[in-house]
Design a binder for this molecule. Structure first.
Ligand code: DC
Length: 230
Protein backbone atom coordinates (compact mmCIF):
# COMPACT_ATOMS: atom_id res chain seq x y z
CA UNK A 1 0.00 0.00 0.00
CA UNK A 2 1.14 3.56 -0.77
CA UNK A 3 2.88 5.28 2.18
CA UNK A 4 1.93 8.92 2.26
CA UNK A 5 3.12 12.00 4.16
CA UNK A 6 0.57 13.58 6.49
CA UNK A 7 1.03 17.13 7.83
CA UNK A 8 -0.88 18.42 10.85
CA UNK A 9 -0.69 22.14 11.58
CA UNK A 10 -2.74 24.43 13.75
CA UNK A 11 -3.03 26.35 16.98
CA UNK A 12 -1.57 25.20 20.30
CA UNK A 13 -3.59 23.03 22.69
CA UNK A 14 -6.19 21.95 20.15
CA UNK A 15 -5.47 18.26 20.54
CA UNK A 16 -3.61 17.93 17.27
CA UNK A 17 -0.75 15.90 18.76
CA UNK A 18 -3.11 13.28 20.24
CA UNK A 19 -5.00 13.03 16.97
CA UNK A 20 -1.85 12.88 14.84
CA UNK A 21 -0.26 10.27 17.13
CA UNK A 22 -3.35 8.04 17.06
CA UNK A 23 -3.57 8.30 13.28
CA UNK A 24 0.11 7.32 12.97
CA UNK A 25 -0.45 4.37 15.28
CA UNK A 26 -3.48 3.13 13.30
CA UNK A 27 -1.62 3.45 10.00
CA UNK A 28 1.67 2.04 11.37
CA UNK A 29 3.43 5.31 10.42
CA UNK A 30 6.22 7.20 12.18
CA UNK A 31 4.91 10.07 14.32
CA UNK A 32 6.94 13.23 14.97
CA UNK A 33 5.91 16.01 17.37
CA UNK A 34 7.86 19.03 16.12
CA UNK A 35 6.58 21.28 18.93
CA UNK A 36 8.49 19.01 21.33
CA UNK A 37 11.65 19.69 19.30
CA UNK A 38 11.26 23.49 19.72
CA UNK A 39 10.46 22.90 23.40
CA UNK A 40 13.61 20.79 23.85
CA UNK A 41 15.79 23.53 22.30
CA UNK A 42 14.11 26.02 24.68
CA UNK A 43 14.83 23.80 27.69
CA UNK A 44 18.46 23.48 26.58
CA UNK A 45 18.73 27.29 26.27
CA UNK A 46 17.26 27.79 29.77
CA UNK A 47 19.46 25.08 31.31
CA UNK A 48 22.64 26.49 29.74
CA UNK A 49 22.05 30.16 30.54
CA UNK A 50 21.42 30.99 26.88
CA UNK A 51 17.99 32.41 27.64
CA UNK A 52 16.79 34.43 30.60
CA UNK A 53 13.40 33.18 31.77
CA UNK A 54 12.02 36.49 33.01
CA UNK A 55 13.31 38.92 30.36
CA UNK A 56 13.15 36.30 27.55
CA UNK A 57 16.55 37.63 26.35
CA UNK A 58 18.35 35.06 24.19
CA UNK A 59 22.09 34.74 23.62
CA UNK A 60 21.61 34.09 19.91
CA UNK A 61 25.28 33.55 19.03
CA UNK A 62 25.66 31.10 21.91
CA UNK A 63 22.53 29.21 20.91
CA UNK A 64 23.52 29.04 17.26
CA UNK A 65 26.91 27.61 18.21
CA UNK A 66 25.28 25.09 20.54
CA UNK A 67 22.73 23.76 18.00
CA UNK A 68 24.92 20.92 16.66
CA UNK A 69 25.32 19.69 20.28
CA UNK A 70 21.58 19.48 20.87
CA UNK A 71 20.46 15.94 20.13
CA UNK A 72 16.70 15.43 20.16
CA UNK A 73 15.25 11.93 19.87
CA UNK A 74 11.60 10.87 20.11
CA UNK A 75 10.87 7.29 21.21
CA UNK A 76 7.63 5.31 21.41
CA UNK A 77 7.16 4.12 25.00
CA UNK A 78 3.94 2.40 26.18
CA UNK A 79 1.94 3.87 23.29
CA UNK A 80 3.24 7.37 24.05
CA UNK A 81 5.90 9.43 22.30
CA UNK A 82 8.61 10.53 24.70
CA UNK A 83 11.24 13.19 23.98
CA UNK A 84 14.91 12.80 24.94
CA UNK A 85 17.37 15.71 25.04
CA UNK A 86 21.01 14.59 24.84
CA UNK A 87 20.04 11.17 26.22
CA UNK A 88 17.87 12.43 29.06
CA UNK A 89 14.08 12.03 29.13
CA UNK A 90 12.65 15.57 29.25
CA UNK A 91 9.03 14.79 28.42
CA UNK A 92 7.69 16.27 31.66
CA UNK A 93 9.97 19.30 31.80
CA UNK A 94 9.23 20.45 28.26
CA UNK A 95 5.49 20.57 29.04
CA UNK A 96 5.88 22.81 32.09
CA UNK A 97 4.90 26.48 32.06
CA UNK A 98 8.57 27.56 32.32
CA UNK A 99 9.21 26.14 28.86
CA UNK A 100 5.74 26.96 27.44
CA UNK A 101 6.20 30.64 28.20
CA UNK A 102 9.69 30.81 26.61
CA UNK A 103 9.23 28.61 23.53
CA UNK A 104 7.65 31.10 21.10
CA UNK A 105 10.65 33.52 21.01
CA UNK A 106 12.96 30.52 20.42
CA UNK A 107 10.67 29.22 17.64
CA UNK A 108 10.76 32.68 16.03
CA UNK A 109 14.54 32.47 15.42
CA UNK A 110 15.34 31.77 11.76
CA UNK A 111 18.50 29.76 12.48
CA UNK A 112 16.66 27.49 14.96
CA UNK A 113 13.87 26.86 12.43
CA UNK A 114 16.34 26.19 9.60
CA UNK A 115 18.17 23.61 11.70
CA UNK A 116 15.04 21.82 12.94
CA UNK A 117 13.28 21.89 9.55
CA UNK A 118 16.32 20.15 7.98
CA UNK A 119 16.18 17.44 10.70
CA UNK A 120 12.41 17.01 10.14
CA UNK A 121 12.74 16.72 6.35
CA UNK A 122 15.40 14.06 6.86
CA UNK A 123 13.01 12.04 9.06
CA UNK A 124 10.36 12.06 6.31
CA UNK A 125 12.43 11.11 3.27
CA UNK A 126 10.71 7.72 2.92
CA UNK A 127 7.10 8.83 3.53
CA UNK A 128 4.91 6.86 5.96
CA UNK A 129 5.06 9.73 8.43
CA UNK A 130 2.61 11.86 10.39
CA UNK A 131 4.22 15.11 11.56
CA UNK A 132 2.58 17.79 13.61
CA UNK A 133 3.56 21.43 14.12
CA UNK A 134 2.92 24.86 12.65
CA UNK A 135 4.78 24.87 9.33
CA UNK A 136 4.62 21.24 8.27
CA UNK A 137 2.24 21.66 5.31
CA UNK A 138 3.72 25.01 4.30
CA UNK A 139 7.50 24.60 4.76
CA UNK A 140 8.63 21.15 5.91
CA UNK A 141 6.50 19.03 3.54
CA UNK A 142 4.82 21.38 1.04
CA UNK A 143 4.07 18.33 -1.14
CA UNK A 144 2.43 16.26 1.62
CA UNK A 145 -0.45 14.18 0.24
CA UNK A 146 -2.68 15.12 3.19
CA UNK A 147 -2.59 18.40 5.11
CA UNK A 148 -4.88 19.05 8.05
CA UNK A 149 -5.17 22.44 9.79
CA UNK A 150 -6.62 22.05 13.29
CA UNK A 151 -8.16 24.76 15.44
CA UNK A 152 -10.64 25.34 18.30
CA UNK A 153 -11.76 28.39 20.29
CA UNK A 154 -9.17 29.68 22.80
CA UNK A 155 -11.59 29.08 25.71
CA UNK A 156 -12.13 25.43 24.77
CA UNK A 157 -8.36 25.00 24.38
CA UNK A 158 -7.68 26.64 27.76
CA UNK A 159 -10.22 24.37 29.45
CA UNK A 160 -8.57 21.29 27.95
CA UNK A 161 -5.03 22.44 28.82
CA UNK A 162 -6.02 23.31 32.41
CA UNK A 163 -7.59 19.87 32.88
CA UNK A 164 -4.34 18.34 31.58
CA UNK A 165 -2.21 20.44 33.98
CA UNK A 166 -4.51 19.63 36.90
CA UNK A 167 -4.31 15.93 36.11
CA UNK A 168 -0.51 16.27 36.49
CA UNK A 169 -0.96 18.01 39.85
CA UNK A 170 -0.13 21.50 38.49
CA UNK A 171 -3.17 23.39 39.78
CA UNK A 172 -1.68 26.82 40.54
CA UNK A 173 -2.88 28.43 37.31
CA UNK A 174 -6.34 29.89 36.68
CA UNK A 175 -8.37 29.34 33.51
CA UNK A 176 -7.80 32.99 32.58
CA UNK A 177 -4.00 32.63 32.91
CA UNK A 178 -3.96 29.52 30.74
CA UNK A 179 -6.22 31.19 28.15
CA UNK A 180 -4.00 34.30 28.13
CA UNK A 181 -0.89 32.16 27.56
CA UNK A 182 -2.62 30.36 24.67
CA UNK A 183 -3.74 33.62 23.07
CA UNK A 184 -0.27 35.15 23.47
CA UNK A 185 1.29 32.13 21.78
CA UNK A 186 -1.31 32.24 18.97
CA UNK A 187 -0.42 35.89 18.42
CA UNK A 188 3.37 35.36 18.37
CA UNK A 189 3.07 32.20 16.22
CA UNK A 190 0.82 33.93 13.66
CA UNK A 191 2.69 37.25 13.54
CA UNK A 192 6.35 36.23 13.60
CA UNK A 193 8.46 37.25 10.62
CA UNK A 194 9.86 33.80 9.92
CA UNK A 195 7.25 31.34 8.63
CA UNK A 196 4.22 32.50 10.61
CA UNK A 197 1.46 30.00 11.34
CA UNK A 198 -0.89 30.01 8.33
CA UNK A 199 -3.23 27.45 6.86
CA UNK A 200 -1.80 26.04 3.62
CA UNK A 201 -4.23 26.73 0.75
CA UNK A 202 -4.64 22.99 0.16
CA UNK A 203 -5.06 22.02 3.86
CA UNK A 204 -8.36 20.65 5.15
CA UNK A 205 -9.73 22.69 8.09
CA UNK A 206 -10.76 20.83 11.24
CA UNK A 207 -12.37 22.98 13.98
CA UNK A 208 -12.83 20.60 16.87
CA UNK A 209 -14.42 23.01 19.40
CA UNK A 210 -17.56 20.88 19.42
CA UNK A 211 -16.21 17.49 18.38
CA UNK A 212 -15.38 14.42 20.44
CA UNK A 213 -11.99 12.73 20.10
CA UNK A 214 -13.67 9.75 18.36
CA UNK A 215 -15.37 12.04 15.82
CA UNK A 216 -12.07 13.75 14.99
CA UNK A 217 -10.20 10.46 14.71
CA UNK A 218 -12.83 9.02 12.37
CA UNK A 219 -12.74 12.09 10.17
CA UNK A 220 -8.94 12.22 9.78
CA UNK A 221 -8.82 8.45 9.20
CA UNK A 222 -11.39 8.85 6.42
CA UNK A 223 -9.30 11.64 4.84
CA UNK A 224 -6.10 9.58 5.13
CA UNK A 225 -7.72 6.48 3.56
CA UNK A 226 -9.00 8.56 0.65
CA UNK A 227 -5.47 9.89 -0.03
CA UNK A 228 -3.80 6.48 0.37
CA UNK A 229 -6.25 4.87 -2.07
CA UNK A 230 -6.04 7.69 -4.66
O1 DC B 1 2.78 22.40 19.66
P1 DC B 1 3.48 22.99 20.85
O2 DC B 1 2.60 23.86 21.72
O3 DC B 1 4.20 21.96 21.64
O4 DC B 1 4.60 23.96 20.21
C1 DC B 1 5.48 24.66 21.02
C2 DC B 1 5.88 25.98 20.35
O5 DC B 1 6.70 25.74 19.21
C3 DC B 1 4.75 26.89 19.89
O6 DC B 1 4.99 28.20 20.35
C4 DC B 1 4.81 26.87 18.41
C5 DC B 1 6.20 26.43 18.08
N1 DC B 1 6.27 25.53 16.93
C6 DC B 1 6.66 26.08 15.72
O7 DC B 1 6.89 27.28 15.63
N2 DC B 1 6.80 25.27 14.65
C7 DC B 1 6.53 23.96 14.74
N3 DC B 1 6.69 23.18 13.64
C8 DC B 1 6.11 23.40 15.96
C9 DC B 1 5.98 24.23 17.05
Amino acid sequence: MKKITIAFDGHSSCGKSTMARQLAQTLGYLYVDTGAMYRAVTLYALQHGLMDESSKQINQDGLQQALPDIQIVQKQEDGKVVTYLNGECVEQEIRQMRVSSCVSPIAALGFVRKHLVACQQQMGVNGGIVMDGRDIGTVVFPNAELKVFVTASSLVRAQRRLAELQAKGDTVLTLEEVQRNIEERDYIDSHREVTPLVQAPDALLLDNSNMTIEEQNQLVMKWAKERIEE
